[in-house]
Design a protein around this ligand. Structure first.
Ligand code: BGC
Length: 725
């Protein structure tokens, strides 16, 4: 290799910067390759050849495209033709915290670190496309897949998704943002038709996808299983052809969700580029090569041959696929990637500690002095249960996973730690609930006994990744905690009221036990470093600074989707009607004055923060202006910590229904004990527009607006009036 080329390669590997071709060069190369392909070869590139790959063109040196789930780490190798694990011994990886945790950090920089690290792992594992991130909006706490998404607010999800995508793609791997669109429940996900107003579609459900495409420049996108406008989202004229490819100018590849394609003509004409996961009629006993049964395989070829579909249709798909390849596996300066590095583990731990949310802390229960010699009873199945196994396609084979119990033992060396499981949920199995064989009564009694003998209790429970908990392929069945946890907490509180509860979940849960425990930490699914991260927060090594990315309602009917009854969730098996329109999450609670258990944006700290001197730079703005909101954040306590300044905007007397207020800007700031930091949050005036259904476009209303500045959606330090003219 000559010296200059070596240097370019070395620098690009080192910095992670790729010297990609310009668009014009790329287009030229694409045209040149396309002209050499036969129709058969083109069609073959549009569908799978195995569970997670599409074929290349050997005679031209065009490689295969390899994909992997996503989004919390790179999934273990799957068999060629079925869902079994291939049993490799070199495919264990770093498990990163679930995306709900990432969203709870309110820290876009960490999202970039997350994306880059997981991208490097995907690259090392020779993947070209990482199937993630997911940005479906949190509409109901019953959705089994909420843990894979970024919460209920479109602005938060849009802000957090962009650096993740840029990070992944900097590693030379395409991010595949999913599941586009309206896949907000798992129940009947394969066929349910979502009826939603145009306004809610554009204001709530699409913005994060739009940001992923127009700002994150995602190279791939996955269609959702469900239908919109009576058409499956994987071949949907409005969502894919009009909105994604025309209005947003998406130049990447639309991948179907696995078995999300249903019809050749629609797949061909309505925006699908790569068909994956379709069940063929006979993987093993078919006479013909099984993958030829795909909708975009032989049936597509036949229609092209007969002239019923124009060749420009397949050409467009192949051009997109080649573009993805020139950006990834055909880019000679692509970085090399690596996995399980200290940097990745540190990133996983940092994101985990930054995302943990302190919900309640009576009598400063937390932090617990790490030198304590007390007896601590650690109770609950989640103290030891793996949280990277299960959950469906986001399941991971972590190289290691520190359990909460292990993390606590490591950090509280002088304490006597006793552990009781307390309840048992049974093993994880996809699509099935397998009851535990352990005797529930004995587990219950042993836990109460352990609690009685200890100075304090750390109850580590919540949900898990089993079917009907936080898991793909099914929704939750109850809003409360299962397996007797609610009774167990009550009984424990009778023998030892000194309880701190660590809620492991990706969803809100009912908390009838809230006044029986002193403290609650929302700890999500934290990945490889789970136990260390929890111990760091419990011990006060890290001051918690996470904020809820979704509302915890008191009762399920307080949630907007549930307020409107069955047709609104889960639907009637044909349609689901989003009756609440734009009033999703805190927008509903605020506007209808329904007090939540814990509000969107809420989260405590071990120190206190005062927000002073809150101002806007002007009183009157016009479109295209920036609104600069400044504020002084004083750390009034004795520990260093971080606070998230949140700026919401409301439009009183609007010509259309509006939420009382909507998040339009935020900034996380680290402030040393006793010190102050000046914070500037910039908002775009154009972001205050609403989607005008009759104009099919965004409308910016003139007049008075209210700027709400606070550290939670229900804790506003100051309201300011501004005017748009
Ligand atoms: C999931 C996708 C996933 C795909 C491949 C589907 O069931 O919905 O999120 O990427 O499987 O595993």
């Amino acid at each position: 290799m000559n010296r200059t080329l070596f240097l370019i390669l070395a620098v690009s590997v080192f910095t992670g910067v790729m010297h990609a071709q310009s668009n014009a060069e790329m287009d030229k190369e694409i045209e040149s390759i396309l002209s050499k392909l036969t129709l058969k070869e083109k069609v073959a590139m549009c569908h799978a050849q195995s569970k997670f790959s599409t074929p290349g063109v050997e005679r031209l040196g065009i490689p295969e495209v390899w994909m992997s789930d996503g989004p919390h780490g790179v999934r273990a190798e799957i068999n060629w033709d079925d869902w079994g694990y291939a049993g490799w011994t070199n495919d264990s990886i770093t498990a990163f915290p679930a995306l709900t945790c990432l969203a709870a950090t309110f820290n876009p920089e960490l999202s970039g670190e997350y994306g880059f690290a997981v991208g490097e792992e995907a690259r090392y594992r020779k993947k070209d496309v990482l199937l993630g991130p997911g940005v479906n909006i949190y509409r109901t706490p019953m959705n089994g897949r909420n843990f894979e998404y970024m919460g209920e607010d479109p602005f938060l999800a849009s802000t957090m998704v962009v650096p993740y995508i840029q990070g992944v793609q900097k590693s030379g791997v395409a991010a595949c943002v999913k599941h586009y669109a309206l896949n907000n429940q798992e129940e009947w996900r394969g066929h349910i038709n979502v009826k939603v107003s145009e306004r809610a579609l554009h204001e709530i459900y699409l913005p994060a996808f739009k940001a992923a495409v127009t700002k994150g420049r995602a190279w791939a996108l996955m269609g959702a299983y469900n239908k919109y406008n009576e058409q499956h989202c994987c071949h949907n004229e409005i969502l894919l052809n009009k909105i994604l490819k025309t209005d947003w100018g998406f130049d990447g590849v639309v991948v179907s969700d696995w078995s999300g394609a249903h019809n050749t003509m629609e797949s061909a004409l309505y925006g699908l580029d790569m068909e994956m996961g379709t069940m063929t009629n006979g993987m093993t006993d078919s006479e013909e090569y099984a993958y030829n049964h795909y909708y975009l395989a032989s049936p597509f070829y036949a229609l092209l041959k007969e002239g019923k579909i124009d060749e420009s249709v397949v050409d467009d798909k192949v051009k997109r696929i080649l573009r993805l390849m020139l950006r990834t596996n055909m880019n000679p300066t692509r970085p090399a990637g690596n996995k399980n590095t200290k940097a990745h583990q540190d990133a996983a731990r940092k994101i985990a500690t930054d995302g943990i949310v302190l919900l309640k802390n009576t009598d400063s229960f937390f932090p617990i002095d790490p030198k304590t010699t007390m007896t601590i009873a650690v109770i609950g199945e989640n103290a030891t249960k793996s949280i990277t196994i299960g959950g469906g396609s986001s399941e991971l084979k972590a190289q290691y996973e520190i359990s909460p119990l292990q993390g606590i033992k490591n950090r509280f060396k002088n304490a006597t730690i006793i552990h009781a499981m307390g309840y048992a949920s049974g093993p994880s199995a996809y699509g099935r609930v397998i009851p535990s064989k352990l005797d529930a009564d004995s587990l219950f009694k042993a836990a109460v006994k352990a609690a009685a003998s200890a100075d304090m209790v750390l109850f580590i429970g919540g949900l898990n990744k089993n079917h009907h908990q936080d898991c793909e392929g099914g929704d939750r069945l109850t809003f409360g905690l299962q397996f007797g946890q609610e009774d167990l907490i009550t009984e424990i509180s009778k023998v030892n009221p000194n309880i701190g509860l660590v809620l492991v979940s990706g969803n809100a849960v009912a908390m009838p036990w809230l006044n029986k425990v002193k403290a609650v930490l929302q700890s999500w699914y934290l990945g490889s470093e789970a136990g260390n991260a929890i111990a760091e927060v419990i011990s006060g090594d890290v001051n918690p600074s996470g904020k809820l990315p979704f509302t915890f309602p008191v009762k399920l009917v307080d949630n907007a989707a549930h307020h409107f009854g069955k047709l609104s969730y889960p639907g009637n098996n044909i349609d689901v009607v989003y009756e609440e329109g734009i009033l999703v999450g805190y927008r509903w609670h605020d506007t209808k004055k329904i007090k939540p258990q814990f509000a969107f944006g809420y989260g405590l700290s071990y120190t206190g923060f005062d927000l002073n001197n809150i101002k806007t730079d002007k009183k009157t703005y016009s479109a295209d202006d920036k609104i600069r909101v400044s504020c002084e954040v004083k750390n009034s306590g004795s520990r260093d910590g971080a606070e998230v300044i949140q700026v919401y905007i409301g439009k009183p007397g609007s010509e259309v229904t509006r939420a009382l207020k909507e998040l339009k800007g935020f900034k996380k700031v680290y402030v040393k004990a006793g010190k102050s930091e000046q914070v500037l949050v910039e908002l775009n005036v154009n972001d205050l527009a609403y989607y005008n259904e009759s104009a099919a476009d965004w409308s910016l209303e003139k007049g008075n607006y209210i700027v709400y500045v606070g550290n939670a959606s229900d804790n506003i330090a100051q309201k300011l009036k501004i005017k748009i003219d």
